[in-house]
Design a protein around this ligand. Structure first.
Ligand code: HEM
Length: 409
């Protein structure tokens, strides 16, 4: 059993309000007094092997489009902000299969950001208060989601289970009754919320580490080359298979190490169901406890040189994550472990592959900025990076202006 925490705000309902008892004055009920989401067994279907395979080509396309846009921008981009947009887009277009026009999608993203920024506000319903802004944003979001859900229900894509919302609706029918519109809106909002900040944080950390450690990027390219995936620099549309992804061991080590050193979520909350003792201290029943993922990663004796970015620690012969069940837990642990962990890893791997094969990128500031831990890990300046596209021979693709300048020299 757990108490609500930042990731679980959507789960707080009038019936579940008792859960908030340990935090009576925290105001965490503020923006999220909605009803209960679909049960976890319904959500788990969304992340099955088949479902992941069907998302992969679409994820690849979204990432390719995004990297093209980043490379064609003559200015450096703010990676953290752009990664948030990218993960939001992935959640809306791939996970939920919404066919929202581009302009509306950008608007929805702004509203969503406003919702997230105000989700922790105190419940003071005053003009211009964070609470009022949060409530307004939530209402606007729910309207947008309802429109998209209705459009989808009216135009079903057949039974090929090509996205998570179809699965949510289908498995809802299998497990109990049909999900109500409110439950569908809550379920979709919960998925977007859970996927958004975490995956954007990890994507930013991945790019930062590839910039800091060019030898790691080169080794990644080496691995892709050895699998015949970089021979002409270009990954063709839909060519990426789940099995191929799973066979890239060094890539797996890189993603694992990013999530160890820059774990996006610092920990999780639980309610003590039974009084117990820990290191001589008694923890009474009913207390709220937090398990810390970050401290665990920082202090676990299995990791040598904990502060060093070293993907090889997970490689053959070392496998530092295998020594003990609870030393490495970027996605939490136990029955309430992250439901989207395979999707998150798949997304990060696809991003790393595209970065390694179709882009060159360099830091646009003199030094790397400080990393802050709240609300999720990210560099305080967002990480300013200039991207350049690579053609099929791994040569830089010049922008139109650069090409013209080149031609005149
Ligand atoms: C790098 C990216 C991600 C990280 C580091 C991450 C981490 C976590 C952690 C630590 C928890 C458990 C919190 C606790 O113990 O209370 C969690 C729960 C959850 N995550 Fe993720 N997550 C990520 C991406 C995603 C994605 C992409 C999705 C889905 C679209 C997702 C869906 C969920 C859901 C639904 C839960 C709640 C599970 C439950 O209550 O049974 N996560 N995540």
């Amino acid at each position: 059993e757990r108490v609500p925490h930042p990731l679980k705000l959507f789960r707080i309902s009038p019936q579940a309000i008792d859960f908030t008892a340990p935090f009576p004055d925290s105001g965490i009920r503020a923006v999220s007094d909605v009803c209960l989401p679909p049960p976890p067994q319904v959500l788990s279907k969304i992340f099955s092997h088949e479902a992941l395979q069907s998302y992969l080509p679409k994820i690849q396309l979204v990432i390719q489009d995004t990297l093209r846009a980043w490379s064609s921008n003559p200015e450096p981009i703010n990676v953290y902000y752009e990664a948030q947009q990218l993960t939001f887009r992935m959640a809306i277009r791939v996970l939920l299969g919404f066919r929202i026009p581009e302009e509306e999608l950008s608007h929805l993203f702004e509203v969503f950001q406003q919702f997230v920024e105000n989700v922790f506000s105190l419940p003071l319903d005053l003009p211009f208060s964070g609470y009022r802004k949060g409530i307004r944003a939530r209402e606007a979001l729910q309207k947008g989601l309802e429109r998209a859900i209705r459009e989808k229900l009216q135009n079903p894509q057949g039974k090929d289970y090509s996205d998570a919302l179809d699965l949510l609706i289908e498995s809802g029918k299998e497990h109990r009754k049909e999900l109500t519109m409110q439950e569908l809106k809550d379920g979709t909002l919960e998925l977007i919320f859970a996927a958004y900040a975490t995956t954007a944080s990890a994507s930013t950390s991945l790019i930062m580490q590839l910039l800091k450690h060019p030898q790691v990027l080169e080794k990644l390219r080496e691995e892709l080359r050895s699998k015949g995936m970089l021979h002409n620099g270009c990954l063709c549309e839909g060519s990426l298979q789940l099995d191929t992804l799973n066979s890239l061991h060094y890539l797996d080590c890189v993603i694992k190490e990013v999530l160890r050193l820059f774990t996006p979520i610092s920990g999780g909350y639980r309610t003590v169901l039974q009084t117990f003792e820990l290191d001589g201290f008694q923890i009474p029943k009913g207390w709220s406890v937090m398990y810390s993922i970050r401290d665990t990663h920082d202090t676990a004796p299995v990791f040598k040189d904990v502060d060093v970015f070293d993907p090889d620690r997970f490689g053959q012969g070392r496998t530092e994550d295998k020594d003990g069940r609870f030393h490495y837990l970027p996605f939490g642990g136990g029955v309430r472990t992250c439901l989207g962990k395979h999707l998150a890893k798949l997304f990060l791997k696809a991003l790393a592959i595209e970065l390694a094969s179709t882009s060159r990128f360099e830091l646009a500031t003199r030094t790397f900025s400080r990393v802050t831990l709240v609300p999720v890990v990210h560099p305080v300046d967002g990480l300013k990076v200039k991207f350049f596209g690579l053609d099929s021979n791994q040569n830089e693709i010049l922008t139109e202006t650069e090409a013209m300048l080149d031609a005149t020299v």
